[in-house]
Design a binder for this molecule. Structure first.
Ligand code: HEC
Length: 108
């Protein structure tokens, strides 16, 4: 095999693994992850349960908890850190589960 072919294959492999890392969430799988959240959160209404209802989460101007605009960074940060009665999920969800969960929350 020519050197240039090796190079092309190496580049393709690296590109493939980078893409796998920055994977997009799967909302259907995120719905399953959300089951552990639903004890405290409504997904089908904005009504308070233990925590705020999450319907329309990404459509509100400000999050109830932090007063910040809802983005994957602010919502993901709240899920990571928890606080005020919300458990911290930083070490409980892996990157894939978190990406799936955020994709699902976008559909609410
Ligand atoms: C034991 C109950 C409980 C569980 C389980 C729980 N939360 Fe919460 N959550 C809360 C409470 C209480 C708040 C309000 C915290 C605050 O005001 O700072 C909250 C706040 C939030 C917020 C911010 C909403 C807003 O409008 O500011 C998001 C997003 C959220 N939770 C997502 C989740 C997700 C996703 C899960 C599952 C991985 C989860 N929560 C599991 C109790 C819970």
């Amino acid at each position: 095999m020519k050197k240039s072919q090796y190079l092309a294959i190496t580049v393709a492999l690296i590109a493939g693994s980078v893409q796998a890392y920055a994977q997009k969430g799967d909302a259907a799988k995120g719905k399953a992850v959300f089951e552990q959240c639903s004890v405290c959160h409504n997904a089908d209404s904005a009504e308070q349960k233990m925590g705020p209802g999450l319907k329309g989460l990404y459509k509100v101007a400000k999050l109830k908890s932090t007063g910040k605009a809802p983005t994957d960074a602010t919502v993901g940060g709240k899920i990571d850190e928890g606080g005020n009665g919300m458990p911290a999920y930083k070490d409980m969800l892996n990157a894939k589960e978190k990406a799936d969960l955020l994709a699902y929350l976008h559909t609410l």
